[in-house]
Design a protein around this ligand. Structure first.
Ligand SMILES: [Zn+2]
Length: 184
């Protein structure tokens, strides 16, 4: 049985699952010259999504389809597949830009002697003034680097940010206390 792999869903399917191409030139008209790169299921899904995507305004159902299709297309792009259609194309532009940016960052990191993004983020956090989000940012970074246990610089930066957060919390509670006193 002849099969073919769909470029969008990645599934290996019997050749009948793909729309045949017919040559447009005279003489070999109506001769099958190949098959679509996407299976029929993916093609009809893309057609439905395109209608919803281009609708203006979109009904609730159309918006829901666009939202769900966005997740599916993003996943397919991330898996190296090649979804088609207007929505998938608009996502591909973002996806390609992000990958290009990631590659650039990777190259620059090499030049910096392999300093990790987490270290760069910790350095920035250590320099920036503390605000309400600082603590949650620090937690996330500590997760990323396993509390900095393997890296003395990260550990040192974590300690510095923690001290700043403590100082900030003290400052805030002083302000709140004086407000409470004032309101009495
Ligand atoms: Zn498919």
């Amino acid at each position: 049985m002849e099969t073919k792999k769909c470029k969008q869903c990645g599934e290996e399917k019997p050749i009948e699952a793909f729309r045949p191409y017919r040559s447009r030139s005279t003489g070999i008209r109506k001769t099958t010259t190949g098959h679509s790169t996407l299976c029929k299921q993916c093609e009809s899904f893309n057609a439905m999504v395109t209608v919803a995507y281009k609708a203006n305004p979109r009904s609730d159902a159309q918006q829901e389809l666009v939202d769900k299709a966005t997740l599916v297309y993003k996943h397919q792009l991330a898996s190296g597949l090649d979804p088609k259609g207007a929505l998938a194309n608009s996502l591909r532009v973002t996806h390609d830009k992000v990958s290009a940016a990631d590659k650039y960052i990777e190259r620059e990191q090499q030049k910096m002697g392999g300093v990790s993004i987490t270290t760069l983020e910790l350095r920035a956090l250590a320099e920036a003034p503390v605000d309400e989000d600082t603590e949650s940012k620090l937690w996330k970074l500590m997760d990323d680097c396993n509390d900095g246990k393997d890296d003395p610089e990260q550990q040192e930066l974590i300690n510095r940010v923690e001290d700043k957060i403590k100082a900030y919390d003290n400052e805030q509670s002083k302000i709140n206390n004086s407000k409470d006193t004032a309101s009495l």
